[in-house]
Design a protein around this ligand. Structure first.
Ligand SMILES: N[C@H](C=O)CCC(=O)O
Length: 430
């Protein structure tokens, strides 16, 4: 049997850092990443045969668990027709209709291949529509790895200590204004000064790329008002939150409509898919009807559409998201009470089917400064102990956890038992 450590060594020969996305590398966790062999329901199975209860869910898409038979069946059914045609196909319209029905703020939508493409394209469209260059984003929000957006970013960039990446021209980064998440006064001050130059605000309506930070009361509404006042475009990056915090995404959950929405993860059912859409007036600026260019050889790929349509159709069932949130509550309440009993400063934050664990004595974590002030060492010890006890959490203190409908009460109990062991180990080493 080849171990994860051996596979990692082999991978590092020809793949930078041995991984195809940095967050997978377990950097700073004092051990090589675990190589997985297969996944089923709530579980991952590694190459050495060990089973893990999984709360990463491929970073979000696996909301009904891994290898969902309905999603696999939909892909199988299409497979023999061919992989990709580079022509329109009817299932792209099925997908567009479904998205527009589920998220009424989206009147027109275009499919792309990843969340990064979705946000990058939405920014270009907002700039083209308004004729302005400057964009506002928030510190610790991550919108993929395109140049304009890789400034003071969260996710892997933050995990690896480089929230702003070399390789982004300073002249381009100059157009990106980064403000503090949840600080509406700062947003208002910025717009009072240069509002007429700002094309858009892009925001994660729940900041899931610096752990899990819900919006402060009134924050999203205030962004809506500011954008209306200055005719800037409000973009919700719902790559993570879309179809997860509620079927209609964070915009339904918090009752605020953006002008444009970026989607990814669940919309592709586990295949590489993204989408961006919104008000027709803006979307009609896109080529071939408008002048803003955006394209993709594999965009709207029929297999990917089949997977996405099958998953979206399945999770529309009434009660699905309430049950998911209920599981998150059971898990988070259980973690908090066990940490409390062990005398460990730890809190959880939640939004529908996503959650975060913070090692802090604070009562809540609301922004980048507070998130980065949490005890990363405690997180590392917790992560390692949980892994040892068969629970796979995101290997970073800055990533949200994801629940699926495949997680059973027994899986949650296994997780809470593992946490009890982990907290005991942590206190015995302090
Ligand atoms: N937080 C990232 C995406 O949402 C994690 C996935 C990745 O960067 O590979």
């Amino acid at each position: 049997m080849t171990t994860s450590a051996e596979l990692f060594e082999q991978a590092c020969r020809h793949i930078p850092g041995g991984v195809n996305s940095p967050v997978r590398a377990f950097k700073g966790l004092y051990r090589p990443p675990v190589f997985m062999e297969r996944a089923q329901g709530a579980y991952l199975f590694d190459v050495e045969g060990k089973r893990y209860v999984d709360y990463v869910g491929s970073w979000g898409p696996m909301i009904t668990g891994h290898a969902d038979p309905d999603v696999l069946g939909a892909v199988r059914e299409r497979l023999n027709n061919g992989l990709s045609f580079g022509t329109p196909t009817a299932i792209e319209t099925t997908m567009a209709d479904l998205i527009c029905e589920i998220m009424p703020s989206i009147e027109m939508v275009r499919m792309v291949n990843s969340g990064t493409e979705a946000t990058m394209s939405a920014i270009r469209l907002a700039r083209g529509f308004t004729g302005r260059d400057k964009i506002v984003k928030f510190e610790g929000n991550y919108h993929g790895h395109s140049d304009s957006l890789l400034v003071k970013a969260g996710s892997g960039a933050l995990t690896h200590g480089e929230p702003s990446s070399p390789g982004v021209p300073a002249s381009l980064a100059d157009h990106t204004i980064t403000l503090s998440y949840n600080d509406i006064d700062e947003v208002e001050r910025c717009f009072e000064e240069i509002g007429s130059q700002i094309a858009c605000i892009i925001v994660e309506p729940v900041a899931g790329n610096m752990n899990c930070i819900p919006p402060a009361e009134g924050f999203l509404k205030a962004l809506r008002h500011v954008c209306d006042r200055y005719q800037s475009v409000l973009i919700f990056d719902e790559v993570m939150t879309g179809f997860r915090v509620a079927m209609g995404g964070a915009q339904a959950y918090y009752g605020v409509s953006p002008d444009l929405t970026c989607l990814g993860k669940i919309v592709g059912g586990g295949m590489p898919v993204g989408a961006f859409g919104g008000r027709s007036e803006i979307m009609q600026e896109l080529s071939p009807i408008g002048p803003v260019y955006q394209a993709g050889t594999l965009s709207g790929n029929p297999l990917a559409m089949a997977a996405g349509v099958a998953l979206l159709s399945k999770i529309r069932e009434p009660g699905f998201h309430d049950a998911l949130a209920q599981r998150v509550d059971t898990l988070c309440n259980g973690l908090e009470s066990r940490a409390h009993e062990a005398g460990i400063d730890m809190i959880t934050q939640r939004a529908g089917g996503m959650f975060g664990v913070f090692f802090t004595g604070q009562r809540s974590v609301e922004n980048f400064a507070q998130a980065t002030a949490c005890d990363e060492n405690a997180f590392r010890r917790f992560f390692s102990a949980m892994l040892e006890h068969g629970v796979y959490l995101a290997p970073s203190a800055y990533e949200a956890g994801f629940m699926s409908s495949a997680h059973t009460p027994e899986d949650l109990q296994v997780t809470l038992d593992a946490a009890e062991h982990a907290f005991a180990q942590m206190t015995s080493r302090v």
